[in-house]
Every structure is written in structure tokens, then in C-alpha cells.
Design a protein around this ligand. Structure first.
Ligand SMILES: Nc1ncnc2c1ncn2[C@@H]1O[C@H](COP(=O)(O)OP(=O)(O)O)[C@@H](O)[C@H]1O
Ligand SMILES: [Mg+2]
Length: 228
């Protein structure tokens, strides 16, 4: 197994009027290529902060984050943007689709950032829309799609750059149990068939069971259980 992401003693603090908040407090972990990591913990325990730090969207206040030996905790803004474009896909609870763009236009966004031509963008996005089972919904607007379909478009958008790792923050939080299972099965397929590493925050113990590595956060601190 190859280690792709390592966090060493990371902390994230926020200075508030009434003192310092430790959103993360001395967290260390090691993620192997192909892992499906589930992250649970009470509200406010630091789950979102951990995903944001590991995906290079925020910098930790202390500690090191190594992605394939590149230190992303002290990378420049430009290096971080490059890292995210090349390696990271992000899926959120509220789908975060752009309402005035069609499904396929939403999926094309990361490709535009990566400097692909418009016909390359269309071809790649079409293929990924097919992969998520929405070949016949490409020209629909988000409001014309069901919640489960919208989340699949969001996953297609996260997938289109062939990321090394997908970070998903409560991706089934707004879905009913049937649609949740559908999305979880789909994430599992991506993980197994495409060998894309997944880190998923969830409130649901059933969803957490999809992980081969389970992480629990309490008050910004770690409690790791590994099923294997
Ligand atoms: N930008 C911020 N400014 C101040 N405090 C923050 C910020 N982001 C998160 N926090 C605090 O850090 C803690 C962890 O937040 P978060 O990572 O969002 O938790 P979770 O996703 O587990 O609900 C909470 O106490 C939250 O209020
Ligand atoms: Mg959160």
C-alpha cells in the first residue's frame, strides 16, 4: 500500500472574542492510496475543518500535511491551487451546483480551470455524465433534477478531472435513505473501480460502515478505529 496523504500533529485555531477555539487539536493520520475513509463525530468536532485542511482549502495553524511528499501546509496559494486542480475533487452536502448552468456545464467547470478546450470539456464531461447514469439529463438545469440526480452531477463534477482523492462533506446529509444508499454505492464503485481515494464525513453509522478506515473526531481530537 502506498501512503498518499499524511497529517502530522496538525491543529487549526481561530481567535474569537472570548478566546482561542481549537477546531483541530493535534491530529495525525496516514491515508493509503485506495482507502475509503469515513469521518464521524458530533457537530462542531472539526470534521469539515479536517477536510478543508487536507484538501488544501485552508492552512493548518500548526503541523505538517504531506501529499505524496509535497508539504501542502506551507505551500503558496498558487501551489495549493495547482494541487487542488490536479488531485482533489470535492462533494458537499448541498450539492453546490450553479443554478443557471446546465448539468453538463456544471461538470465542465473544473476542466475550464485546467485549460481544456471547449470540445475536450464537452467530450470528457459527457463521458462522466454517462458514468453517473445521467447521459440523458445533460442539458437539464439543477432545479429540473431530483436531489439524488443533483448529487450525482456534483460527483461527476468532482470526478471529471480524474482526481487522486475525493473529499465528501456529508454527501448524503440531504438525501432520503434510498437515495443515500445509491450515492454511497456509487462512491464505493468509484473507490473500487477507479482506485480513487475517498474521505467522507457523515453523521450516519450505516454510511460510515462503507469506510475501510473509520475516524472519529471529538473536540478536534482523533480517535481512530481501523476495521482491517
Ligand atoms: N471560520 C471559522 N471561524 C471560527 N470558528 C470556526 C471556523 N470554522 C470552524 N470553526 C469552529 O471550529 C469548530 C469545528 O468546526 P467544524 O469543522 O465546522 O465542525 P463539524 O464539521 O464537525 O461540525 C467549531 O467549534 C466551529 O465553531
Ligand atoms: Mg461540518
Amino acid at each position: 500500500m502506498k501512503t498518499i496523504l499524511t497529517a502530522e500533529n496538525i491543529a487549526k485555531t481561530y481567535q474569537m472574542r472570548d478566546g482561542i477555539v481549537y477546531a483541530l487539536n493535534d491530529v495525525s493520520l496516514r491515508i493509503q492510496k485506495g482507502d475509503f475513509v469515513s469521518i464521524t463525530g458530533p457537530s462542531g468536532s472539526g470534521k469539515t475543518t479536517l477536510l478543508l485542511a487536507l484538501s488544501g482549502l485552508i492552512r493548518p495553524s500548526f503541523g505538517k500535511i504531506l501529499f505524496e511528499n509535497q508539504d501542502i501546509a506551507c505551500a503558496s496559494d498558487k501551489e495549493l491551487a495547482e494541487f487542488r486542480k490536479k488531485h482533489v475533487g470535492f462533494v458537499m452536502q448541498n450539492f453546490s451546483l450553479i443554478p443557471y448552468m446546465t448539468a453538463i456545464q456544471n461538470v465542465m467547470i473544473p476542466l475550464g480551470l485546467n485549460g481544456k478546450t471547449s470540445s475536450e470539456q464537452k467530450a470528457l464531461s459527457s463521458a462522466v455524465m454517462e458514468l453517473v447514469g445521467l447521459a440523458n439529463r445533460q442539458n437539464h438545469f439543477p432545479r429540473e433534477l431530483s436531489a439524488g440526480q443533483q448529487q450525482r452531477v456534483a460527483i461527476a463534477r468532482a470526478l471529471v478531472n480524474k482526481p487522486t482523492i475525493i473529499f465528501a462533506d456529508e454527501p448524503t446529509g440531504n438525501l432520503d435513505p434510498t437515495l443515500s444508499t445509491e450515492i454511497l454505492e456509487f462512491l464505493q464503485t468509484i473507490n473500487k473501480d477507479l482506485n480513487i481515494t475517498i474521505m467522507m464525513v457523515t453523521h450516519s453509522p450505516q454510511a460510515a460502515d462503507y469506510g475501510n478506515v473509520k475516524i472519529k473526531l471529538i473536540d478536534g481530537k482523533l480517535d481512530i478505529k481501523n476495521k482491517n
